[in-house]
Design a protein around this ligand. Structure first.
Ligand code: PLP
Length: 389
């Protein structure tokens, strides 16, 4: 009997399921206060009216024979691929619409990408978004972890790459560390990939949070187009976590280790495994794309919550990073404790649910992640509890 090569390798519990199990229905702390979740990174702000209108117009089209649509193009409708290319063009980055592939969000996109290479190492930051490592494990890939400790500013460094070229998975702003590459930091990765022959997969799920000296796209680095694939999502900025839409940019010229154009492998895999994203959702995404201001407003609201949490952590004497260009704060457990005991302590004594860092890989033990995606009232209350116990 054939066993799937990778399934036996994934951790038994996905971190957020494990947290639910640990809470076992608990709703209050020992003082009787309701639990506040600073756990999952899920949007809490609603979609815009324009997005909702576009979606309902598209839904009505589906109810009329003349405008009904069945299966759509696997790579996404041209109207949406054009809208994505226009977003890049507005930032002075040129790519063609046929280098854009519409997805149902970044998570499945990462999984699809991991399956496209044959026998090359997958270089992953540790800690990292757990679905990225799971994607590589499910594809049966060899994973080599790149340390992201405090001495490295919590970000991976190209100097730590072993000599063999491979696929380098980057994420900026990073989940869970909440820090981002600045322009020179990103340029150093692209330069290393060009020199060594690596392909970069850049997860830009949190791009709406960056500004100033931090690039929002890997294509802002010189020669990024020559070596990098970009994974984008409308989840966090435009509140599409429940609607499901994103895109992947696969520039022409990027090839797999078998010498096959990566875009051809992507297309072939997509034809075998998916039938595209719902038409009304693609229309919703088309309406969301030109409205970067709405995404920035959402990000600013979450960042305000992060600012409150950061101020409280500082006042209470915690060491942490993140929260400036990311909704996440990465907090060192006091007295060098493990991240699950920190988790239990805060649930019991502060009524705050956080994500144990070890859920993002072994390099995350000794830390917890705080998410500022909750309501402003919950962030303010959580900040108060962090300050005063
Ligand atoms: N990439 C990172 C780094 C994430 O943190 C997340 C979600 O938390 C995703 C991708 C998944 O995003 P999506 O909702 O588009 O699947």
């Amino acid at each position: 009997m054939m066993r799937h090569p990778g399934f036996g390798q994934i951790r038994r519990g996905y971190i957020f399921g494990e947290i639910r199990e640990r809470l076992a229905g608990r709703i209050c702390d020992r003082h009787g206060r309701r639990l506040i979740s600073l756990g999952v990174g899920d949007a809490t702000r609603p979609i815009t009216r324009a997005v909702a209108d576009a979606m309902s117009r598209a839904a009505r089209e589906m109810s009329v024979a003349a405008t009904f649509r069945g299966y759509g193009p696997t790579a996404g409708y041209a109207f949406l691929r054009d809208a994505v290319a226009e977003r890049y063009a507005a930032r002075g980055l040129s790519l063609t619409a046929d280098e854009v592939f519409v997805t149902d969000g970044a998570k499945s996109c990462l999984t699809a990408l991991a399956a496209l290479w044959g026998d090359v190492p997958m270089y992953l930051p540790c800690p990292a978004y757990p679905a990225t490592a799971d994607a590589c494990r499910l594809a049966g890939r060899e994973i080599v972890y790149l340390p992201c400790d405090e001495a490295r500013g919590f970000l991976p460094r190209p100097e730590d790459l072993p000599p063999r070229p491979g696929v380098v998975w980057l994420c900026s702003p990073a989940n869970p560390q909440g820090v981002a590459f600045d322009y020179p930091g990103l340029a150093a990765w692209v330069a290393a990939a060009r020199r060594r022959g690596d392909v970069i997969v850049s997860d830009a799920a949190y791009a709406p949070f960056v500004s100033g000296r931090y690039p929002a796209s890997v294509y802002e680095a010189p020669e990024g187009r020559a070596c990098a694939v970009e994974v984008c999502s409308l989840s966090k900025g435009a509140s599409f976590t429940g609607l499901r839409c994103g895109w992947c940019v696969i520039p022409r010229g990027i090839v797999t280790d078998g010498g096959i154009p990566l875009r051809d492998s992507w297309t072939r895999r997509a034809e075998a495994t998916v039938n595209g994203v719902a038409y009304p959702v693609q229309r919703a995404a088309e309406a969301a794309l030109p409205d970067e201001a709405a995404e920035r407003d959402n990000a600013a609201a979450y960042l305000e919550g992060a600012r409150l949490l950061a101020a409280a952590l500082g006042a209470a004497g915690y060491r942490f990073c993140g929260g400036e260009v990311s909704p996440y704060l990465w907090v060192a457990c006091k007295n060098g404790g493990g991240s699950w005991s920190f988790f239990e302590n805060w649930v019991e004594n502060k009524g705050l649910v956080v994500t144990p860092g070890v859920g993002f890989g072994e390099g995350g033990d000794g830390y917890v992640r705080l998410s500022a995606f909750c309501s402003p009232a919950d962030c303010a209350e959580a900040a108060e509890r962090i300050r005063n116990g």
